[in-house]
Design a protein around this ligand. Structure first.
Ligand code: G6P
Length: 452
């Protein structure tokens, strides 16, 4: 098996002595797939994203922290255009329905340049796979960054069995039409060139099939295979010394108060702003919570090269500062905004959360919604948006939050915070059963089965 994704499991930097130091890559894709691959000889091919990654790429295959990684040193300008403009500003916005259509997208000449870059990055990935993959290998290509790899390999290496998997939602057909016709055609043909295309949820697979049928006249082969955390690896990590220390620190900080938690990238689709506004609405309309609940938001910056993300981050900081200024005092900080991307601290918060808020506008799966219940030890209630792919598995055991309804979300938070212990316990048991029903092995087995 060869795994191919834009972001790899490791991010490299150079220390003062010029040695490479590897840290773990960001986001759901990496944390979901990494446990499958660690300590095996599976090759993972990924783009060099940092200067350290480029040094690693020039030194050849890297073996570190149990991974066998080949990073590709792509032309930095070309890579930036492909990643920032086509992947993150266009395809991510498209599939998450984030466009403000009266202004964006704009398919101007610089965009066309970026589109050429996207095609050339995909070609470079395909070439790397073609030269590295053993004969007859199953190649698992991940996400919207790499939609054209399968088509090149079909011609160059017909012995390979290439499967594509999207960790994002898929746009509704009417929205997909926003793309220029030629671009839409190339992308859909690229996807259709795989043995099959997989998604975390039925909804996204259906959107893809409908889009392909309407725009291309092709009914592609799909499968649905939600990813899940590895319960054993997660339990091990959640009981590490670093997490125990973080739990003690958190407990000292929170004291007798109730603990509301979220863990996310600072990402437009995650709906942080309405989450904080809902918390403020809770403090205002259920005043008994003033001074009695703390909202720990473990959110870390992402895609800082995009103006939309920078603006969103500063809006988040402004709203939180305003809420804390208006409501806080007497040793109580209502919202703790922790942007440190500290994994042990995140696990500690998930362990101790009375309520976990996962309220995305639209989300391929949302692994945190599964990790939370698996490590939580206080029968925490999950407040989950039905727009997360994980809703298909967890919806019956979670409380439903409409991501767009601010007072509605506040009412659900109130319901979660006041739920009777027996009801919390029953839901927690149910949540754990659903969240732990599958492991990453099931996901891998599904890909290999479709690959035939
Ligand atoms: C999501 C995507 C991944 C991506 C991750 C982090 O999980 O599905 O493909 O790697 O976000 O985003 P980034 O742009 O930082 O890699």
């Amino acid at each position: 098996v060869v795994i191919v994704s834009n972001r790899g499991p490791l991010s490299f930097r150079l220390d003062a002595n010029g040695d490479l130091v590897a840290t773990r890559g960001a986001g759901g894709l990496v944390s979901g797939i990494a446990p499958l691959v660690v300590d095996t000889d599976t090759l993972w091919i990924a783009a060099a994203m940092t200067d350290g990654d480029r040094v690693a790429a020039r030194r050849g295959r890297q073996e570190a922290r149990g991974f066998n990684v080949r990073t590709l040193d792509l032309d930095p300008d070309e890579y930036r255009m492909a990643y920032d403009v086509v992947c993150n500003s266009t395809l991510w916005f498209l599939h998450h329905h984030l466009f403000d259509l009266s202004r964006r997208p704009r398919f101007d000449r610089p965009w066309r340049e970026a589109w050429r870059a996207y095609r050339s990055v995909n070609l470079a990935f395909a070439e790397a796979v073609a030269s590295e993959a053993p004969s007859g290998a199953v190649v698992l290509v991940q996400d919207y960054h790499l939609l054209l790899v399968g088509a090149v390999l079909a011609a160059r290496r017909p012995d390979l069995r290439v499967v594509h998997f999207s960790h994002t939602p898929f746009a509704a057909p009417d929205l997909f039409r926003v793309l220029p016709d030629d671009v839409a055609t190339v992308l859909l043909e690229g996807m259709a060139a795989h043995v099959a295309c997989g998604f975390h949820a039925e909804r996204w697979a259906r959107n893809y099939v409908d889009t392909s049928e309407q725009l291309l006249g092709v009914v592609p082969r799909t499968f649905v295979s939600p990813l899940a955390p590895d319960p054993e690896a997660l339990a091990r990590e959640a009981s590490s010394a670093a997490v125990e220390a973080a739990v003690a620190e958190l407990e000292a900080e929170v004291g007798e108060r109730a603990l509301l938690v979220r863990v996310d990238r600072i990402e437009l689709s995650k709906n942080l702003l309405r989450g904080f506004l809902a918390f403020e609405d809770l403090l205002e309309h259920h005043p008994e919570w003033q001074g009695r609940v703390v909202f720990h938001a473990l959110v870390y910056p992402s895609r800082g090269a995009l103006p939309e993300y920078l603006a969103y981050r500063s809006e988040v900081e402004t709203v939180v500062a305003r809420i804390n200024g208006r409501w806080g005092g007497d040793g109580w900080t209502p919202v703790v905004l922790d942007q440190s991307d500290d994994y042990p601290r995140s696990l500690a918060a998930l362990r101790r959360a009375d309520v976990l808020l996962v309220n995305p506008i639209r989300d391929g799966l949302n692994l945190v919604a599964k990790e939370g219940p698996l490590v939580n030890e206080v029968d925490g209630v999950l407040c989950l948006s039905p727009e997360a792919g994980a809703w298909e598995e967890l919806g019956t055991a979670a409380l439903r939050v409409d991501p767009f309804d601010v007072p509605g979300t506040a009412d659900v938070l109130h319901e979660a915070l006041t739920m009777a212990p027996a009801a919390r316990r029953a839901r927690a048991i149910d949540l754990r059963a659903h969240a732990g029903a599958r492991t990453p092995r099931h996901w891998l087995a599904d890909q290999i089965a479709v690959a035939g």
